[in-house]
Design a protein around this ligand. Structure first.
Ligand SMILES: Cc1ncc(COP(=O)(O)O)c(C=O)c1O
Ligand SMILES: Nc1c(O)cccc1C(=O)C[C@H](N)C(=O)O
Length: 401
């Protein structure tokens, strides 16, 4: 059923519908649908308020004293909360810092160093560019070889085929940025450990969208961004997770003073801080962390399980509309149809996707084009509505006909 009544019924039954009011309204009357929250989540009203407060009360009034009073502890404090709410991570293992790219570099270098004598790093040829580029540059830096899994939608068997006694680390995305295919984090982690290697998971497209269980699955390292489903804002800092069993030996390559044991001791040489704090390098981005804090707080209120349930329902809705309206026009579905294997977006393929994406954006349907022929429909359960999605797919039908 694809009727407007059905869309309204789904919106009326949506337990998370009220959360939409917690976001800054879209004032541009030309926007029909915002389906790009998996690239840049919408801003929270609370973030705007908290930023003003911070500038006035903490930065403006307390000046440099705010570092000691509250700012220095934020990377760990927000990291712990993020770990609790979204990552299945006990406190002391997650920290907010840097960009995903930098966090990936740090964790991959650390992982490789924990496996001396092994000289191969595994990743997937369809992985996000930053992941592939960093795997290549870390491999070049260390004299390692990259072993590629071809083509995305990575299964444990694909990992088994390229890992062995020479594998140091395996770098994979939990949710594929193009197809939304969910990798078997538990099964792959187990397999990689059986081969004596370590895992680095990129959680950019899963954090805040699907529950992740890092501790329960024995994950080694993970990284992710906060500006997608956590709505933390453009360029908001990323996070990294290091399982506590690696803390004693965990050494990361950007040995700045903020990750040192005694930051203000101005020591002659670097001695890493105990625990996850050693993952830090430079001064934490306090303004950007406000958005992370608010995004995580909102997610805690909504609950990751309810968020996931709505993401699944939105995904099914896109598939139903696409099957009825777009498949007859030459579109194909590039995302898994099985709910359990599909993350928080649906990618539709069309031979003319690049031009069509431009036209759609001009007509207020804000989707993403992803090479070579994908139109990516991002579904953010805290802001996306069923009627909104229907209007968007209707517009795609109209413009593609
Ligand atoms: C899978 C994945 N990894 C990494 C990134 C980005 O990394 P950064 O935060 O360094 O821009 C993105 C999106 O930008 C992504 O989708
Ligand atoms: N991080 C981005 C940016 O700085 C500019 C534009 C887009 C992005 C994105 O997040 C892209 C996104 N990771 C993707 O999956 O395509």
């Amino acid at each position: 059923m694809t009727t407007l009544e059905e869309a309204k019924r789904l919106d009326a039954a949506d337990e998370l519908a009220g959360f939409r009011d917690r976001f800054v309204p879209i004032t541009d009357p030309g926007v029909v649908a915002y389906l790009d929250g998996n690239s840049l989540g919408r801003p929270l009203r609370a973030t705007a308020e908290r930023l003003q407060e911070l500038v006035a009360d903490q930065w403006g009034a307390r000046l440099i004293r705010s570092w000691e009073e509250r700012w220095l502890e934020l990377p760990e404090r927000i990291g712990d909360e993020l770990g609790r709410v979204a990552l299945g991570a006990a406190p002391g293992q997650t920290i907010v810092a840097d960009s995903t790219s930098v966090c990936l570099y740090k964790t991959l270098r650390a992982a490789a160093a924990l496996r001396p004598g092994r000289d191969e790093i595994v990743t997937d040829s369809a992985n996000f560019p930053t992941d592939r580029f960093l795997v290549e540059s870390v491999a070049a830096e260390l004299g390692h070889t990259v072993r590629w899994i071809e083509g995305g939608d990575v299964h444990p068997d694909d990992v088994a085929a390229v890992t062995g006694p020479r594998t140091a680390a395996v770098v994979l995305s939990h949710v594929d940025y193009r197809s939304a295919a969910i990798a078997d984090l538990a099964g792959i982690t187990r397999l990689v450990h059986d081969r004596g290697a370590l895992t680095v998971w990129d959680l950019c497209h899963s954090v805040g969208s699907i529950p992740v269980e890092l501790d329960a699955n024995g994950a080694d390292f993970a990284v992710g961004c906060t500006y997608k489903f956590l709505n933390a804002g453009p360029g908001a800092p990323a996070f990294l997770y290091v399982n506590s069993r690696h803390h004693a030996e965990f050494g990361q390559p950007i040995t700045g003073w903020m990750g040192a044991a005694d930051t203000f001791g101005m020591a002659e040489h670097y001695v890493p801080a105990p625990g996850i704090r050693r993952a830090l390098s430079g001064t934490p981005p306090v303004l950007g962390m406000v958005g992370v804090q608010e995004g995580v707080a909102l997610l805690a209120e909504a609950g990751i399980d309810r968020v996931r349930a709505k993401a699944v329902a939105l995904g099914r809705w896109v598939l139903a509309l696409a099957d009825a309206w777009l498949v007859p026009l030459g579109f194909t579905v590039a995302s898994p149809r099985e709910d359990a294997r599909r993350g928080g977006h649906v990618t539709l393929r069309h031979p003319d996707a690049e031009r069509l994406s431009r036209v759609l954006i001009e007509h207020g349907v804000l989707i993403d084009f992803r090479r070579p022929d994908g139109i990516r429909v991002g579904l953010s359960p805290l802001t996306t509505g069923f009627t909104e999605v229907r209007a968007a797919v209707d517009r795609i039908r109209e413009l593609a006909a």
